[in-house]
Ligand binder design. Structure first.
Ligand code: FE2
Length: 262
């Protein structure tokens, strides 16, 4: 089965990239499941129910999140009823929402696990032990498992990749918004990539308008960030998983560009 994992969608520009580019990629690679990190999809911060609906209409099956899960208060209204959004599994147990989801299409089923890193991000439960717990919950019920590890430190992401090798079909990183070129299948057949990259405006700082973050670096004064506009990119990874064994067969790094006036 072919799973497309899309890097952090930032605001309206990111949603436009998904709308324009995803149908083409889906057809080209005969994609069965599409997972995307959506924690910055609504105005750059968090998610609204309308944005979740939009992205579902554009072809995304499930949205993962991370440190910006709660940035838009809308999510408190729908996180417990939506089937389209998960939050990191290694949050404290009383936190609303779920961190694992099984999605099904025809005769295929895929387990998706969302985890968040601790280095520079927060005092969450151990992502390594949490991975084991989450895998145990779904492994007997699915044809394959993929993990979105939303984390800052490259070292923590690589460590989780090696820890998960042979246990899941794929571990991909999100959060840094800059795509890495280290995609591979590890020795025990887990696909790995440190960061999927960002889906949004190309001329930007992490998808946001350049002026405000630049001004903040220059002056150390707080600034209100806006989502950047213009030409966009969609970044991600296609993972081909053997649905008999759950092991990754191959990966293909994806970067597509949509020009506004084309
Ligand atoms: Fe993030």
């Amino acid at each position: 089965m072919k799973v497309l994992m899309i890097g952090d969608i930032v605001g309206r520009a990111g949603r436009r990239a998904v709308r324009e580019l995803l149908p083409v990629i889906k057809e080209e690679y005969e994609i069965d499941f599409v997972i995307a990190n959506g924690e910055n999809a609504a105005g750059g911060f968090g998610l609204t129910e309308a944005v979740v609906e939009n992205l579902t209409d554009y072809g995304i099956d499930l949205l993962t999140t991370g440190n910006h899960t709660w940035d838009n208060k809308d999510i408190f209204e729908f996180i417990n009823k939506t089937t389209r959004v998960i939050r990191p599994y290694n949050y404290p147990t009383q936190v609303p929402g779920v961190g694992i989801k099984i999605i099904e299409k025809e005769y295929l089923s895929l387990g998706v696990i969302n985890l968040i890193g601790r280095v520079y991000l927060g005092d969450y439960n151990c992502p390594f032990r949490s991975l084991d717990q989450a895998v145990e919950k779904v492994v007997d019920k699915v044809d394959g498992i993929v993990v979105d590890f939303h984390a800052e430190a490259t070292s923590e992401k690589e460590a989780l990749g090696w820890y998960a090798d042979g246990k899941v079909g794929a571990v991909v990183g999100t959060h840094t918004h800059v795509q890495t070129a280290d995609e591979r299948v590890l020795p025990h057949n887990t696909a790995y990539m440190t960061d999927l990259g960002m889906t949004g405006a190309i001329d930007s700082i992490l998808g946001m308008n350049i002026d405000e973050p630049l001004e903040r670096f220059l002056t150390q004064m707080p600034q209100r960030f806006k989502v950047a506009t213009g030409d966009t990119q969609l970044c991600g990874l296609m993972v081909d998983i053997d649905d008999k064994t759950g092991k990754a067969k191959k990966v293909k790094r994806i970067t597509r560009i949509h020009k506004l006036n084309s």
